[in-house]
Design a protein around this ligand. Structure first.
Ligand SMILES: Cc1cc2nc3c(=O)[nH]c(=O)nc-3n(C[C@H](O)[C@H](O)[C@H](O)COP(=O)(O)OP(=O)(O)OC[C@H]3O[C@@H](n4cnc5c(N)ncnc54)[C@H](O)[C@@H]3O)c2cc1C
Length: 89
């Protein structure tokens, strides 16, 4: 049997699955044949990601929690920020 793919994604971690998600969202690429391979069969949720972004991103449907404020407490500095303020880049 001959296996033919347009794209082969090695690793179904953050980078691989983000790429796959973007391929599937692009209507010109949805018809492509994609193979995703990983060295382990992942059946558990071993990581939870936190990130910040401006506005709604592509992962909005799976966002589990939002924080409205950020606090930094290194030894010589203290900062409390509203995560919706425009001074966070
Ligand atoms: C507990 C934890 C919490 C984290 N929290 C955050 C966070 O809150 N925010 C954040 O931004 N980052 C976080 N990180 C960092 C984030 O997980 C990494 O930056 C990100 O996963 C890197 O993406 P990646 O696709 O390069 O690697 P990974 O997500 O590790 O994916 C690599 C994949 O490749 C597979 N693989 C490896 N070798 C092979 C091979 N030879 N053949 C086939 N497949 C292979 C692995 O099994 C794995 O599935 C966290 C990391 C950990 C461990």
């Amino acid at each position: 049997m001959k296996l033919d793919y347009d794209y082969i994604i090695a690793g179904s971690g953050l980078a691989g699955l983000s790429l796959l998600h973007r391929l599937l969202l692009d209507k010109d690429l949805q018809s492509k044949r994609v193979l995703v391979i990983d060295k382990v069969e992942k059946m558990d949720n071993d990581r939870t990601w936190c990130f910040w972004e401006k506005g709604a991103g592509i992962f909005e449907p799976i966002v589990h929690h939002h924080w409205e404020t950020l606090q930094f407490f290194p030894q010589t500095y203290q900062k409390h920020l509203n995560s919706k303020s425009t001074n966070i880049k």
